[in-house]
Write a protein that binds this ligand. Structure first.
Ligand code: ZN
Ligand code: ZN
Length: 173
């Protein structure tokens, strides 16, 4: 979605997350979570059961949706119930020259799932290409391969994983 649309949704995402925290702390979920634990304890050890909350944005023109928050509570036999988070880390791109933000594993143009973009640089759904219609916006010099090392316009080889960044795929922020 566009940068300004994403910014409007940020506070709602944060609020939803802290609301779930507050609900949990207040004990309002206790009866439900106790039931979750008790049922899970009667299931095989390899099973875990989660109750999840999601904040999704759906675009009827694209006929698909992307998750901005995925969190919930997981129980399993012999393990303490815990809060979990799905991966909704976001990434900025330039799409046809316009700044867009989308969870990491999604296409910033059609919103379908598209993982490992540097290895598979064409979206399997809309055929937009990283390096052509889409550029990965790198504004903090973090290596897009390993997310740990640093790369820069003068030194496009990562100081951690050694991969060289293809300058055509990147827009330097
Ligand atoms: Zn696509
Ligand atoms: Zn790296």
């Amino acid at each position: 979605m566009k940068d300004n649309e994403f910014k409007k949704l940020g506070p709602l995402t944060d609020k939803t997350n802290s609301f779930i925290d507050d609900l949990h702390k207040s004990g309002a979920l206790d009866a439900l979570l106790n039931e979750l634990k008790s049922v899970t304890n009667q299931l095989p050890e390899s099973y875990s059961v989660s109750i999840d909350f999601q904040l999704n944005v759906c675009d009827s023109n694209k006929e698909t949706s992307v998750p901005l928050l995925q969190t919930g509570f997981v129980a399993g036999k012999g393990i303490e119930l815990y809060r979990h988070y799905g991966d909704t880390a976001t990434q900025k791109y330039l799409v046809d020259g316009e700044m867009c933000i989308i969870p990491d594993d999604y296409c910033p143009h059609c919103w379908e799932e598209w993982d490992l973009k540097f290895m598979n640089p064409t979206c399997p759904y809309c055929d937009y290409r990283l390096g052509k219609e889409i550029k990965y916006l790198l504004d903090d010099n973090t290596c897009p391969w390993c997310q740990e090392g640093k790369v820069s316009i003068d030194n496009p080889t990562c100081d951690n994983c050694g991969k060289k960044i293809d300058g055509d795929m990147i827009a330097w922020g």
